[in-house]
Design a protein around this ligand. Structure first.
Ligand code: CLF
Ligand code: SF4
Length: 477
């Protein structure tokens, strides 16, 4: 592949081999994430560095939100789980190793899992997430198992090691512990060396950075510039999620979670240089399903561990999966035709709006690219910036509780307050259905609700909705 496939290119500029690699990867392609699912297998418990936003009791916070734990598995159990889930969730297209520690700090388990996957589930893409310290030691195995996607967490490129020392108290390499600036410099050197090696082998690299306001917020544009230079495919800015009860150094020191506004500011500063991933869900090390859903609870160890590989291979049903993926592609082509080319990833305000003024639109969806989720059931909202000329996907925002938790989940709390806080800067909500009470609540924060686009394709609905409410007869007439 050509590794000049950097970030600022539009999909039509990308080489066919890269398009093939990202087409059904829900993280590397924003378009794919409404249609294809991933599974993480938690085979890697140990880690070789310490991040101040991480508590080892929980999952690796470089790809997961803190505060959730996963059950650990052997490589055999992990592959059995993939076969079991792949038979029940035919949209499954990617298997990732993303913790609970670092994949490359547990090379035996990680590569044995990938070896078995190549044998039993040859149609899934393999994906690895790492802090980058040990890439160069394992580059041959990464290439050998055809791992096409590697995520490296790179929180700073400051060569003095000063910023890194605030994030990493120590780094363990070749039987020695390096502390402070010395450790941070070593980690950075190995990360850059590793990224270069991956790219030279034709592997698509995603860089994650944890946005830690006050520590590395001003540094992230430098990270963006550096990774553009290196040929990294996509950059994912993940807000730190920090609370004292997580027991992390930053949490105990009173470092707060990054806000949506801080993430949007960082994206604004970095998006000039590099293609951004804006749809990350900070999922857990045993996540299952579409990015927006968490089905990990449905698949306990008991549901697959006693079954034989032969039994599970039959259940996996490779031929049926191939047919399902072909149907998904047919649906995506129809959706693309319905939406047109209105979603412009790097458009400015002026390009989106004839008046130079844009609006924020929140969407509720269950997937498939449609406005197909009731407001009451939504636990996350897709956020678009839109004008009368075009739209741009900005981010998704989660809430702890949906408005309607159903009789079993109802604990007497009133989740609308959190939803209002999360959507306070939005102007329009497009949803499949909303009741009078929540509609009035949202109106009190100047957020209009509209259910007339129910079950319609999202992107074209966002454009039509904004034109209808703000440009044709309203504000900017
Ligand atoms: Fe998993 Fe990560 Fe692969 Fe995706 S997740 S290893 S690249 S398959 Fe995706 Fe989850 Fe964000 Fe990670 S949404 S946390 S970016
Ligand atoms: Fe925790 Fe991941 Fe950092 Fe290791 S690399 S300390 S598991 S966040």
């Amino acid at each position: 592949m050509s590794c000049s496939a950097t970030s600022t290119k539009t999909p039509s500029d990308l080489h066919a081999d890269i398009l093939e690699k990202i087409n059904n990867h829900p993280c590397y392609s924003q378009d794919a994430h409404q249609h294809y699912a991933r599974i993480h297998v938690a085979v890697a418990p140990a880690c070789n560095i310490q991040c101040n936003y991480c508590n080892r009791k929980y999952d690796c916070s470089n790809e997961s939100r803190p505060g959730v734990t996963s059950y650990k598995m052997t490589p055999e159990e992990a592959v059995k789980k993939v076969l079991h889930v792949g038979g029940l969730v035919p949209q499954l297209s990617v298997v990732g190793i993303a913790g609970p520690g670092d994949g490359l700090a547990n090379p035996k388990q990680t590569f044995e899992t990938f070896r078995l996957l190549k044998q039993y589930a040859p149609d899934v893409k393999l994906c690895l997430s790492t802090n980058g310290l040990k890439i160069s030691d394992h580059i041959d195995e990464i290439a050998q198992y055809n791992i096409e996607h590697v995520t490296v967490t790179l929180n700073t490129v400051d060569e003095s090691g000063e910023i890194g020392a605030k994030i990493y108290p120590w780094v363990f390499y070749n039987h020695k512990r390096y502390r402070g600036v010395e450790g941070a410099k070593l980690l950075l050197q190995k990360q850059i060396e590793g990224i270069k090696l991956l790219i030279s082998r034709g592997i698509l690299v995603k860089v994650n950075a944890v946005l830690i306001p006050g520590i590395n917020d001003n540094e992230l544009p430098n990270v963006a510039k550096k990774i553009k230079e290196l040929g990294v495919f996509i950059f994912n800015i993940m807000p730190i999620i920090s609370k004292p009860e997580f027991g992390t150094k930053f949490g105990l020191d009173g470092v707060k979670s990054a806000t949506s506004k801080q993430v949007m500011n960082a994206q604004e500063k970095c998006g000039i240089d590099v293609k951004l991933m804006r749809h990350c869900r900070q999922c857990r090390a045993d996540a299952v399903g579409l990015l927006g859903e968490d089905r990990s609870d449905e698949f306990s160890k008991n549901s697959f561990s006693e079954k034989s590989f032969e039994e599970l291979e039959e259940h996996y049903n490779l031929n049926q999966r191939v047919r399902t993926h072909a149907n998904i592609e047919t649906w995506r082509r129809a959706l693309k035709a319905a939406n047109g080319k209105i979603n412009q990833e790097q458009a400015t305000k002026e390009e989106l709006s004839s008046k130079g003024i844009t609006k924020l639109v929140a969407i509720t969806t269950k997937g498939d690219g449609l406005v197909n989720c009731h407001f009451g059931n939504a636990k996350e909202f897709l956020i678009y910036e839109a004008g009368d000329l075009g739209i741009k996907f900005i981010m998704h925002r989660k809430v702890e509780k949906s408005y309607c938790m159903g009789p079993d989940g109802c604990d007497g709390s009133y989740p609308i307050d959190e939803i209002k806080e999360v959507l306070k800067d939005c102007d329009l909500l497009l949803t499949q259905k909303i009741g009078e009470c929540p509609e009035a609540e949202l109106k009190s924060i100047n957020l209009l609700s509209d259910e007339s686009f129910a079950d319609q394709p999202i992107e074209v609905s966002v454009l039509k909705g904004v034109r209808k409410h703000f440009f044709s007869s309203g504000l900017f007439k």
